[in-house]
Design a protein. Sequence first.
Length: 857
Amino acid sequence: MRFTTPLALLLLLTLPYVFWLGRPRLPRRWRAWTSLALRALLLLLLTLSLAGTQVVRAADELAVVFLVDASDSIGPAQAAEAETFVRTAIEQMPVTDRAAVILFGANALVERPLSGLAELAPITSVPQKLHTDLGEAIRLGLALFPAGAARRLVILSDGAATLGDARDAARLAAAGDVQIDTVHLARPADGAEALLTAVDAPTRVVQGETFRIAIAAESTADMPATLRVLAGSSIIHEETVQLRPGANNFTVPLRATAQECVRYRVQLTPLNVTTYQNNELATFTEVVGPPRVLLVANAGTLADDGTPLPDESPQLRQALEAAGLTVDVTTPAALSASLPELSSYGSIVLVNVNAKNLSPRKMLALQSYVRDLGGGLVAVGGPQSYGMGGYFRTPLEETLPVEMQIKDQERFPSVSIVIVIDRSGSMGASEGGVTKIQLAAEGAVRVVELLNDFDEITVIPVDTQPDNPIGPLPASQREEAISLIRQIGAGGGGIYVRTGLEAAAEALAGSPNQVKHVILLADGADSEQKEGVPALIEALVAENVTISTVSIGNGPDVPWLQEMAALGNGRFHFTDQAANLPQIFTQETTSIQRSYLVEERFFPSLAGRSPILSGISAVPPLYGYVGTSAKGTAQVVLETHLGDPLLAAWQYGLGRAVAWTSDATGRWAADWVRWPGFPTFWAQTVRWTIAQGRDSSVETAVVFDDEQATLTVSARDVAGGFLNNLQMETNVVAPDGSVQTLALAQVGPGQYQASFRPDEEGAYLVRVVGAAESAAGDNGATVAQTSGWVLGYSPEYRQFETNPDLLAALAELTGGRLLPPEAGAEGAVFDHTLPSQAAVRPIWPWLTLAAVLLLPL
C-alpha cells in the first residue's frame, strides 16, 4: 500500500481524542459505542482518502512499442520485411499484452497507439525521409508506455542514423527499466555502387568569363560512367569517365554566356548500379552582367474568338533598347514559373496580358519574384489588362500598386447580372484537388464582390432543370449571396440551355437597372436543349439584355456557344481549365460595367514627384486607359482627368512594382509613341523597378551539415574595405515556394551569418538585403544580391553500408536482444522475461464514497 500524501496520516493521531471525547457515560450503552465506532471509522476513511491511498500489486502485463525505420535508406524489400515482422508478432500477441507501432525517419509518428487488438491495420504514416533519428523514435516510444506494465522497445532498422544521439536515448530507456530489442534490416547484396559526393562552382562569375566546376564522386569498384552537366534543361557537357574504387575527382571547364542565375546539374550514370537517387547533384552560379528586362507580350496568343491578339511589344522593346537596356521577349504561355529563371531578370514587363493566360502558378511565381527576391514588375495596360483582364483577386492584383475596383460608384450604371452555371455531372470532376463546380462558384463569388451595392445578382445552377436558384439579390447582401453560392454542387446529365436561359429571362423581367447581362457557363461537349434558344436570345436582346457564353472544355457544342454569344451581343470565352473561370467571370463583369474602360482624349496631370519623371516636364495626351484605384501606400505619379491613377508605383516586399493603366501602342498612346521622350520615360520607369545595391561587393556561401544550413555573407565596399554594422536580412525561398525571413548577425569583419533548416530537396533561392544602421554608418552603404543553393539527395543515400553495431550497442545498453528478421523470431517479442512491474491502483475514491455513505448513520 502506498500514499500520495502521507503527511495526511497525521490526522490519525486525533483518533484517541475522538474516543475519549465521545466515550459513553455508562459502559453498557451499546448504541453509543456503535455510534462512536462509526465516527472513528468515518475519520479513518477520510484520512486515508486525503492521504491518497493506493494498492500496489505485481503486474503481468507486457507493453511493446515497435519502432519501424521508414527513412530513404530503407528499400522496398526491407520495408516489406519489417512490416511482415511487426504484423506477425502482433498477431501472436498474448491477450494480456498491448502493442504500439511508430514509424520514424527525421521525425517519428505514432502509427498505432497501445492496443490489445491482435491485428495491424495497413500502415499509412509517412515520416520525413531525408534523415534517420533513432533517438527521437526511442523518446516517443518511451512516452507511450503505461505505468504498471513491463516495457520493451523493438527497433527495426538498418542502424544508419544521421541525426540525434541514439545512445543517449537508450540510456534514458535503461534508466526507466525499458528493454530495447533490435532487428537489423540488412540491405540486399546489390553489387557495385557509385555516387556523387560534391559539386562545386563559383557563386559569381562575370559574363564571358571561363570557370570550372569541380566534381567529386565515390565508387566501390572499377566501372565506366557517363558524366553530364546541364544548364537548366540543356546538356552543355558530356563525357565518359572511368571510376576507380574510392574517391574520384573531375573538373569541367565552362564559359558564362548570358547574364542569369544558372542552376548547373551534374549527372553521373554508372553501369550496373541499382541506386540512382545519389547520382545527381546541382549548384548555382550567378553570371553578372548588365540587368536584363523581360517583356511578356501576346505574340501568337489567341483571343476567345480564335483571332490572334496583336503583339504590342515592338515599340516598347525598341524604346528600352534605345535607352541601353538588354531586352528579351516571351509570351504568357512560354513565361517560366521557375523562380531561378525569373530571377535572372532585373525587371519583368507585362504588356496588356490577360490573367487567364497566366496560370495561378505563374502569377504566384511573379509575386514571389517581386516580394521575396527583390525583382521588378511593370504592368502596361490595354483592353486585356487590369480589371478587363481578370486581375481581380489574383496574386497580380496583390503585387501591383492599384486595385482593380473603381471606388467612385457614381460613375457606374446600375447592373443586373444573371449567371447560369452548368451543374451537370461533368462539373463534379476534380481539377487540382478542386471540383469544376467549386471553381465556377468561386467565379460567381468574384462577380458579387465586384458589383456595387445598388447592383443585382442572380445565380442559377442548371442541369435538366434549375436547382435552388439564388436571387435576385441586391449586391449589398454580399455575405448572404456568397454563402449560398458556395453551397452549389454538381448534379447529373447535361445542361438544358433553353431551360437555364428561360430562368434567366424570368429573373431579369421587370428589373429597372440600366445594364442587364447574362453569363452562360456550359460544357463544350454536353450542351443540350438547343431548340428555341436563338429565338429566346433575340427576345432578350430586344429587351436590352446581353448574353455572353463560356465554354468549359472542347467539344462539338463550342461553335454553337460562340454563335449564341454573337447573337446576344456579348462575348465568347473558351477555356479548357476550370481554374480560369474566376478570371473570366470578373473580366465579364468589368466589361459590362463600362466605366472601367475609358476611351477619350485627356492630358495626364502630375500627382507626385518621382525619379521616373526625372528630366520630363511635359507629356503628350492619351486616348484611353483602364480604370483602377490606387492602394493606400502606393505613390500616384500621374493621374487621369477623372482622378484615376495613370502611373502608380510602390515598394512591395523586397521589390518594386509599377502600374501604367494606359497602353504603349498607337491605340491609346499614339502621341506618346511619336514623342521623343518615349524611350526615356520607359527606360526610367523600368530602371526604377530594378533593385539597386552594390551587388559586386557581396559574396554568399551556404554550408550544410546534414541537419542545418548556415548562410554566410561577406560584404565589402568598392575599395575592398569591410562593410560593418549593416542591418542585414535574407529571404530564403524553398522549392515549394514557402519563404523564411532571417536576420543575419555580424560574426566578423564584414561577415554576417544566419542558419535555417531545409526540409525539402531542391533549389533554394536566397535574397540578401543589407543597409547601414544610419546614414553615418559606412556612408549609408547598401548591399543586395540574389543567389541560389541546392539541397542534394538525402544523406540516407550516402552510406553504402548499414550499421548493425549501433543496433547492438542500443540492445546492450538496456539488456536487450538482437532478434533475427527471419520468420519464427517474432514470437520472442512478447516473451515475459522482464521483471514484473508494480501496478498501482488508487482506492481513495472508493474510500471517499464509503465515508459519504456513512455520514447519515
